[in-house]
Design a protein around this ligand. Structure first.
Ligand code: ZN
Length: 276
């Protein structure tokens, strides 16, 4: 294990010990947050190392007037808690759907106001996108979110830090991507998720595509049959445990547990990578 990894896992233990699921006023105190100056790797997660069969399934880009209520019914029938990364414009269109999701125990995260590419925007532009959506979620649910997923996963390292400092957000990416936005059909979506999901995974999908919703009952059945247990993203992060060092002579077979701290973030364009 590298020194930076070791430091990360030490810091994540400290960080998670102090971050409640429901963000408090204190967490928005930027002076207090920046004094702790957490490493970027404790701000950003594409998966989490956990000791147990825990996974988080996430649904982006909603709420959808028709599909999100259907999905909420399916989740309720399976007693599964999910995380919704919502678009601010859609939240103000259908605040009652977001309120229902929150009331039924799902986590609501910020996915921007209108789904632009943060990596290509000014700080002021990004700040407006984040703040308006933060306000819309608070208005709909009574609670401010503590998670942000940048559209397309596009965000610079510097943006991550100031968004964390100013809003108290953790930045959530994913390690399982069924490419459901390409609408490949329910069975393909299900099979991709089943093939890639492992303990600690954060699964990306979208509750604005009919095929994704259609895929979910059998996907949930199959994941449950494999022994996986669904938690929200914040719960998954709180369940993080230090990763043991790899045995000598073996390779780490898991995908990158945590997004590394690149000196320069990659900002894919929507055209080349229309996901997230
Ligand atoms: Zn999205």
């Amino acid at each position: 294990m590298s020194v930076s990894r070791l430091l990360f896992f030490c810091s994540i233990g400290l960080a998670t010990a102090h971050i409640p699921v429901q963000r408090t006023i204190a967490a928005r105190d930027s002076e207090k947050v920046s004094r702790n100056a957490p490493a970027e790797s404790s701000i950003t997660f594409s998966s989490v190392h956990v000791d147990g069969p825990y996974i988080a399934i996430t649904f982006d880009d909603g709420p959808s007037a028709t599909l999100t209520p259907k999905l909420l019914d399916i989740l309720a029938a399976h007693r599964i808690k999910a995380t919704f990364f919502v678009i601010g414009e859609n939240v103000v269109e259908h605040p009652e759907i977001v309120a229902r999701a929150a009331r039924e125990g799902h986590e609501i995260g910020n996915h921007s106001w209108s789904h632009p590419n943060f990596g290509k925007m000014s700080d002021e532009g990004v700040r407006g996108q984040v703040q308006r959506t933060d306000d819309a979620i608070k208005e709909a649910t009574g609670t401010r979110p503590i998670l942000l997923r940048p559209p397309y996963g596009s965000i610079t390292a510097r943006q991550k830090r100031w968004i964390h400092d100013q809003f108290g957000y953790q930045i959530i990416l994913w390690d399982v991507d069924p490419y459901d936005w390409k609408r490949p059909g329910p069975s393909v979506v299900r099979n991709r998720i089943l093939k890639e999901t492992q303990p600690g995974s954060i699964v990306l999908s979208h509750d604005i595509h009919p095929g994704t919703i259609e895929a979910m009952p059998s996907t949930f059945d199959a994941l449950e049959a494999k022994g996986f247990r669904f938690v929200t993203v914040s719960e998954l992060i709180q369940a993080a445990v230090p990763q043991p060092p790899p045995s000598p002579g073996t390779h780490e077979s898991l995908p990158a547990t945590i997004t590394p701290s690149p000196s320069k973030s990659i900002a894919p364009s929507p055209a080349s990578s229309p996901k997230g």
